[in-house]
Design a protein around this ligand. Structure first.
Ligand code: AMP
Ligand code: MG
Length: 349
């Protein structure tokens, strides 16, 4: 399959003058899969009502079929067809955070969406992306669009169209290139089907921001257990977002990290390090990757996947990474870094 590439300018508000997006919408209506930019990462979209279309997403990504997809909409009016009545909490979250990087789990209406989207669950994950290109494509397609990140399963999510092509060229109908994404990490997933709202995945909207709107928000205990079990976890089980070389998260001073680097280099290994602007000149390693500014964690979120992905174009045997406080967007950053590292930690004592 030849993958078409369209270029759009995401700085203009209306895309009615972009005939390319008509073509994109038409392909979606014909049950093809197309990648497009959102404010979080690039999504791989398909008609969420069609089994055939959704099957193509799983096939192109090599995604396990028991991992349900997020359905993207462009207007709240689309909800009525898809889900049962909204709780007060869900309404508040929608009012406050849509369009934006917040996915809400709601009770689905039967027989509307492909069963493959929801992986057989009674619930569905829905979000409205805050990106003019994504919104315009969904509006023109007049469909709910299932869209996971547009990467091969296990690789870092794509924050540029070139990343999408690295993984999926020849496997999808096309990619809309709208430049770099904003947040750089996926949406926060919040379950609103129970009495208490619960974060199932940390992401672009922080727990603190959610709590300002709906009061106390809980974190899925499974996320915490994931952390507790980290030292014992066999690395292979968690290779999401992982570069080819093993990543180690280091809790310690920059001097301690430099010692680790020097030690490996003495043994003849090529060493990479994930640093920040603040520590740019501190390390002597074979590859020093600057992942944003520690004093502004949003910049770290924005750059993280590109940093992880870039290591595959560099020749390194091992990667050490600085770690970040698990507050605000730091919670999502550390969640992704832990997966990239297969929960391998080194602590300075
Ligand atoms: P991705 O498409 O890679 O951004 O991942 C979507 C995330 O949302 C995954 O962590 C899914 O497990 C989660 N998800 C999607 N639908 C549901 C649902 N109905 N209930 C719980 N989690 C969901
Ligand atoms: Mg993904």
């Amino acid at each position: 399959m030849k993958t078409i590439q369209w270029f759009v300018d995401n700085n203009v508000d209306t895309f009615s003058s972009h005939p390319q997006l008509e073509e994109v919408a038409k392909l979606l209506q014909e049950n093809e899969v197309v990648a497009f930019p959102t404010e979080t990462v690039y999504g791989l979209g398909a008609n969420a009502k069609s089994d055939a279309a959704v099957a193509k997403i799983y096939e192109a990504k090599g995604r396990p079929s028991d991992n349900p997809l997020i359905v993207h909409i462009a207007e709240t009016g689309q909800l009525e067809e898809l889900v049962e009545d909204l709780s007060e909490t869900a309404k508040k979250l929608i009012d406050h955070f849509w369009p934006g990087p917040l996915t809400i789990i709601l009770k689905r209406k039967p027989n509307v969406l492909s069963e493959k989207v929801t992986a057989g669950l009674e619930t569905v994950a829905i979000r409205m992306p805050d990106h003019p290109v994504a919104l315009e494509i969904i509006r023109k397609a007049q469909l709910p669009i299932a869209a996971p990140s547009a990467n091969s399963s296990g690789k870092p999510s794509p924050t540029a169209a070139t990343h999408v092509l690295e993984d999926l060229n020849g496997r999808i109908a096309g990619v809309v290139d709208g430049g770099g994404t904003g947040v750089g990490l996926e949406s926060t997933v919040v379950d609103c089907t129970q009495e208490k709202p619960m974060i199932l995945r940390p992401g672009g909207v922080t727990k603190e921001e959610l709590e300002k709107v709906v009061g106390e928000v809980f974190i899925d205990p499974a996320l915490e257990n994931d952390k507790i079990s980290r030292p014992k976890s066999p690395g292979m089980k968690y290779t999401h977002y992982a570069p080819n070389a093993p990543v180690y998260l280091v809790e310690g001073t920059t001097a301690f990290i430099q010692e680790l680097i020097a030690n490996k280099r003495e043994k003849g290994l090529r060493v990479g390090v994930i640093a920040t602007e603040e520590t740019e000149n501190v390390y002597q390693a074979d590859v020093v990757s600057i992942c944003g500014q520690r004093s502004d964690l949003k910049t770290v979120a924005h750059t993280l996947y590109d940093t992880l992905r870039e290591f595959n174009n560099k020749d390194v045997d091992i990667i050490f990474s600085e770690v970040f406080p698990q507050e605000g967007i730091g919670l999502a950053i550390m969640n992704r870094l832990e997966k990239a590292a297969g929960h391998r930690w080194i602590h300075q004592h």
